[in-house]
Design a protein around this ligand. Structure first.
Ligand code: MN3
Length: 229
């Protein structure tokens, strides 16, 4: 649901010399759902352009490269690959974890951000679950920020649903996906330096103070209702 894979027609020459068409899939970079400068002044246009067009594209390209020799796996959604990470061939596991994780994490990230004028607040069932779990939306935002501030090196802070549909907040290193731990991610904060360094340099706390202004709460609230249904 959060990533699109476009069918690519591959034409190969069959044993009899006839052209045989088969359909394979390749992972593709989803379009950014808003302009590069839409999150200004909280995230600058240049950071968005490099983050989406270069960093996310590289995860997609490297995932395609890694799975090129395995047609069955390369037709599996990246979310399914991450859910079954432990059962994948050892030679592919690291690439799926890092490149597949990078692809899935960023595909969700773009959806969960929005211009400040549309950010809003958690609503409906999610608002109630946040109040029950964290005390209030403000307390949740404070906990999210301190979780993200505490990530050592590169990684993400995640709000996810566990197997019992409970909200859980935690940090994961690198591009590790909550899916690989049996959780379903609702919202992730990217604290790799590439997400903020051009504007905020070493001031990760300032970047994290900006994030609550641009969370797309309508999207996150609907996603929650879909996942707990
Ligand atoms: Mn990133």
């Amino acid at each position: 649901m959060i990533t699109r894979r476009d069918a690519v027609k591959l034409t190969t020459i069959g044993a009899a010399g006839a052209a045989v068409s088969r359909t394979a899939t390749a992972y593709t970079l989803p379009k950014l759902p808003y302009a590069y400068d839409a999150l200004e002044p909280y995230i600058d246009a240049q950071t968005m352009q490099i983050h989406h067009d270069k960093h996310h594209q590289a995860y997609v390209d490297n995932l395609n490269k890694a799975l090129a020799g395995d047609p069955a796996l390369s037709q599996t959604s990246v979310e399914d690959l991450l859910r079954r990470l432990d059962s994948l061939p050892a030679a592919l596991r690291t690439a799926v974890r890092n490149q597949g994780g990078g692809h899935a994490n960023h595909s969700l990230l773009w959806q969960t951000l929005t211009p400040a004028s549309k950010s809003g607040k958690a609503s409906g069932q999610l608002a109630r679950a946040i109040d029950q779990t964290f005390g209030s939306q403000q307390k949740f935002e404070d906990a999210l920020k301190s979780t993200a501030l505490g990530v050592f090196g590169s990684g993400w802070a995640w709000l996810s649903l566990d197997a019992e549909n409970r909200l859980v907040l935690g940090a994961l290193p690198n591009q590790d996906s909550p899916l690989s731990a049996g959780h379903r991610p609702l919202l992730g904060i990217d604290v790799w330096e590439h997400a903020y360094y051009l504007k905020y340099q070493n001031r990760r706390a300032d970047y994290l103070a900006a994030i609550p202004h641009i969370i797309h709460w309508d999207y996150v609230s609907s996603r929650y209702e879909e996942l707990v249904r």
